[in-house]
Design a protein around this ligand. Structure first.
Ligand SMILES: [Zn+2]
Length: 174
């Protein structure tokens, strides 16, 4: 069948066109995390795979924190953005293994977190347990102290900078 041709008997299904997958990635790069609206689902690394199956876009999504209520919101936002871009009824597959890790956050995502005032995860998740050196997102000082294991959400810790005295959220390593 020709690229883009509708598939009979399945609403919205069509053959893959050149550029469809690249466009879908571009759409996803604009879908922001509801809790931290400066990082996209691509920055977070939660979209693990994207392909075309039986006339529809098929995505594999690994939620950041299992049981996080934001997961449903993120999946809804992904679906809506793709539908609006002309991808009818995208299929989302939720994959829990391997579990998402902060190691999957892109360099751009880390930079965006810092610019937003959240210290990005320090080091690698494989080093968790060791106390990380957390740098202040405002003044970059490493002279910081932990105030609380839980910041504005469970996945963040609250720190304070001893240099500029500003409190800030730190995105914990997972
Ligand atoms: Zn500071």
């Amino acid at each position: 069948m020709r690229p883009g041709e509708l598939i009979a008997g399945d609403r919205g299904a069509r053959a893959l066109r050149d550029g469809d997958l690249a466009q879908a990635w571009a759409v996803l790069a604009e879908v922001m995390d509801p809790e931290v609206p400066v990082v996209s689902v691509i920055d977070l690394g939660i979209v693990r795979d994207l392909d075309w199956r039986a006339g529809h876009l098929h995505l594999v999504v690994t939620p950041t924190y299992s049981g996080c209520p934001a997961t449903e919101v993120i999946e809804g936002d992904i679906r809506q953005a793709l539908e609006q871009a002309g991808f009818a009824e995208p299929a989302l597959e939720r994959r829990l293994t391997p579990a998402w890790s902060t190691d999957w956050i892109s360099d751009q995502g880390r930079e965006r977190l810092r610019a937003y005032g959240i210290a990005p995860p320090a080091g690698s998740a494989s080093l968790r347990g060791a106390s990380p050196t957390v740098c202040c997102p405002q003044c970059a000082s490493s002279d910081t102290e932990l105030l609380s294991q839980f910041g504005s959400t469970a996945c963040k810790a609250l720190y304070r900078c001893r240099a500029c005295l500003e409190p800030f959220d730190y995105f914990k390593c997972l």
